[in-house]
Write a protein that binds this ligand. Structure first.
Ligand SMILES: [Fe+2]
Length: 348
């Protein structure tokens, strides 16, 4: 009798818990995310968010074309949030008219002003420095500046990906902001003439080229170095990393150029309130740690732990130029890259 009773009680409890679960999920609703960031990087974050809030996160992953897709979907787009890397891609989304501004005290408190749009159209969520990878054997100096890459002492010793790549355009725009257009053009000519070969490949390819002795220094983002140091799938990349050191340029003056990965709220977001909740969650201590650690990036929120690999490169001074200011100079930077024929490599 008692066992029947307890079984009945148990069933009732189970049923009510089940019903509660459905009701909670329905009440909490969902949020639709379009992302160019890798699944393994953000899936743990979305799972944690759902666990905490009951809000289901539907994700569309792609390698490119998502901003165009949101624009083409227009008012019928199911997209609530769009996640992408680089200030160039974030501002392109704004320029395509697919974003809307967000006013959130939580986001403003967690994300330093330099890493978000003053109008609230984009917010940085993780940060990366564009640094100089250098050969441990062949580069003896301990400090470096971006400016000195134009010095003839580096003739035939620099490797870099295309000057038109968004990562380089942001760096070059920062040089225009700090040094002016004329000096930046002369600098681009100097760096071009110091190149070991025509710009090609990605940042990791430049690391490989230094390892192979084709050049001594390269411009590259920090997280690739973390990726190489910990690459169990392609252990030869660990050897590349061992042959290199990370040099943070300009630490004696303005600091090292910083860029971000970030998020925008879609103009026609059907689940706007949930989308803002997810944005705020991504800026929280817990999410900042998981997000930045997953790709060896820096949290945008100060005081959050970084991965062991990131820690091993040490502290450095960050350039505090607001990315919104830099964004205005991207077009000019791109024109200068063409004007000096940077991607054609050394002129002599
Ligand atoms: Fe990248």
């Amino acid at each position: 009798m008692s066992s029947l009773f307890s079984r009945a009680m148990c069933g009732a409890l189970f049923l009510s818990a089940f019903a509660f679960g459905i009701a909670q999920a329905q009440a909490a609703g969902e949020v639709n995310v379009y992302t160019l960031r890798q699944p393994q990087l953000i899936t743990p974050l979305f799972d944690a968010f759902t666990k905490e809030t009951g809000i289901k996160v539907n994700v569309i992953f792609a390698k490119d074309g998502l901003a165009e897709r949101i624009a083409a979907e227009g008012g019928n787009s199911p997209a609530d949030l769009f996640l992408t890397a680089d200030i160039g891609n974030l501002t392109d989304a704004v320029n395509k008219g697919i974003t809307q501004p967000v006013k959130s005290a939580v986001l403003e408190a967690n994300i330093p002003a330099q890493y978000r749009d003053p109008e609230g159209h984009w917010f940085g969520l993780t940060a990366r420095a564009r640094v100089i990878y250098a050969s441990r054997d062949r580069v003896k100096q301990d400090t470096i500046t971006y400016e000195e890459l134009a010095d003839p002492k580096w003739r035939g010793k620099i490797c870099v990906r295309s000057g038109q790549h968004v990562y380089n355009i942001a760096l070059f725009a920062s040089l225009i902001a700090h040094n002016g257009e004329e000096k930046t053009k002369a600098w681009l000519e100097g760096v071009r003439d110091n190149l070991a070969k025509k710009p090609a490949g990605g940042d990791r390819d430049q690391a490989k080229a230094i390892f192979a002795g084709e050049c001594d220094v390269a411009l590259a983002n920090t997280y690739y170095f973390g990726g190489m140091m910990t690459n169990d799938k392609e252990p030869e990349q660990k050897e590349w990393a061992k042959a290199l050191k990370v040099m943070f340029p300009n630490t004696a003056n303005r600091g090292t150029h910083m860029n971000v990965s970030g998020v925008v709220l879609a103009k026609h977001a059907p689940n706007k309130a949930n989308a803002i909740k997810l944005m705020e969650y991504l800026s929280s201590d817990e999410a900042q740690r998981i997000y930045a650690e997953g790709n060896h990036e820096y949290p945008v929120k100060p005081g959050i732990a970084v991965s062991e690999a990131v820690k091993s490169w040490g502290e450095f001074k960050r350039d505090t130029l607001p990315l919104a200011e830099l964004a205005k100079l991207r077009k000019r930077a791109s024109e200068l890259v063409d004007e000096v024929k940077f991607d054609q490599g050394p002129s002599s």
